[in-house]
Design a protein around this ligand. Structure first.
Ligand code: ZN
Length: 400
């Protein structure tokens, strides 16, 4: 947001900000109330009374965001201008490192019989079985025609591949016939610049098919979602704050790394995330901490468990608040109402706390309180980073 003037406005100082993201925390009413309204959240309530509240739209009105665009917006990047392709997202979710100039694809192990695709998912083999196949591929090939690649199991029969060659461009039709009983379909370039990448992908498929020959049910692969690493200005260059991203799951660590955040390894619980936050508070200007379980419960359509997860998120706040951030923001990367069992377009409540934040009349951190009493009103997700900077006194006056 405000790309044209941002660099001239940024000031550096000693303030520190914390962005707490409870994934999919927003919802919609079921029998008149949302999960946030049904939850007992004494700590969020206390904070809400001392903060500015509002509702934010991660991507735009009516748009249901994936977690990728949702987080990019929270990190202050336009999620429409900085689109993250499927291949990149799969690679990040598998815990792979992607660098500028890489090309990533998603793959499926598949079954080929008499020259035709008999099963697009190789009988849905398990992650363990895929692990063995991936090892076999790694042992037999490290490059395709001189292009180095990494391959990793994503989940079950799915994997991700990252090709390291800046010459490979991603305007490519999927190498996936989408149907069974038809021959494999090679990747096809949609423009001249992508021809080399299509060729490398097709050679990769041939190589995998050669290595897995005679095995069943997985003896070939389909490849989709070719995508280059988006060209993103690093967070510290853009906002002048040294950032850390604290998350348990690879996808969110990957998204944080994509914008140049340091991401500590080896965290498995919310408690460990909070511990890490406290230990490293002094080392960074900006901390992002991700809480996953609100989204998982919403996706499962489990209202009561989502309520319980919101309460768990709430119970970590007293420990977190001991670090006394200059500016604290609490929000989600999108809503995940349990009634929809999926992400949704509903706006997400947001709370901004800090010395200069207006104390409005919102008494709780809920969608309704944010809408009825929140001074922030309805804002684009990308605006959050601007408000963080402003509340940190890190934005100078615009114009004389
Ligand atoms: Zn999410």
């Amino acid at each position: 947001m405000y790309d044209e003037i941002l660099t001239q406005l940024i000031i550096k100082n000693d303030t520190k900000a914390l962005l707490l993201v409870a994934d999919g925390i927003g919802g919609t009413t079921v029998g008149g109330r949302t999960e946030l309204e049904a939850a007992r959240t004494p700590n969020l309530d206390t904070l809400a009374k001392k903060s500015s509240l509002g509702l934010q739209y991660p991507v735009g009105y009516g748009i249901t965001p994936g977690s990728g665009p949702g987080h990019l917006a929270l990190f202050g990047y336009d999620p429409i201008k900085n689109q993250i392709g499927r291949g990149i997202l799969e690679a990040l979710g598998s815990g792979m490192v992607v660098k500028k100039g890489d090309l990533a694809v998603r793959g499926n192990f598949a079954t080929l019989i008499d020259g035709k695709i008999a099963d697009r998912r190789a009988n849905r083999i398990s992650s363990e079985e895929s692990e063995k196949l991936v090892r076999q591929i790694r042992e037999n090939a490290t490059d395709i025609d001189g292009v180095r690649f990494d391959i990793k199991v994503a989940r079950d029969y799915r994997f991700a591949v990252v090709f390291h060659d800046p010459e490979l461009k991603d305007n490519i039709e999927d190498a996936d016939p989408q149907h069974t009983g038809v021959p494999p379909r090679p990747a096809k370039a949609r423009d001249k610049e992508s021809e080399r990448a299509a060729e490398i992908i097709n050679r990769f498929i041939d190589k995998v098919t050669e290595i897995l020959e005679g095995q069943m049910p997985a003896n070939t692969c389909l490849v989709r979602g070719a995508a280059n690493t988006p060209d993103i200005v690093p967070f510290e260059d853009r906002f002048g704050m040294k950032p850390q991203g604290i998350a348990v799951y690879p996808m969110y660590k990957g998204l944080a790394r994509l914008v140049g955040m340091d991401t500590p390894p080896g965290l498995e619980t919310y408690e460990q995330e909070i511990e890490r936050l406290k230990e490293t508070w002094a080392d960074y200007d900006f901390h992002f901490l991700h809480f996953k379980y609100t989204d998982s419960a919403g996706e499962d359509g489990d209202f009561d468990r989502k309520v319980a997860m919101i309460e768990e998120f709430d119970s970590g706040l007293p420990e977190i608040l001991k670090i006394e951030p200059d500016v604290l923001v609490i929000t989600g990367d999108h809503s995940t109402p349990s009634s929809l069992k999926s992400h949704s377009w509903h706006p997400v409540p947001i709370l901004i706390n800090g010395r200069f934040a207006f104390q409005d009349d919102a008494g709780r951190f809920t969608e309704r309180e944010a809408a009825n009493h929140g001074i922030l009103g309805h804002i684009p997700g990308m605006a959050i980073m601007m408000y963080i900077l402003a509340n940190c006194e890190r934005l100078r006056k615009f114009g004389a």
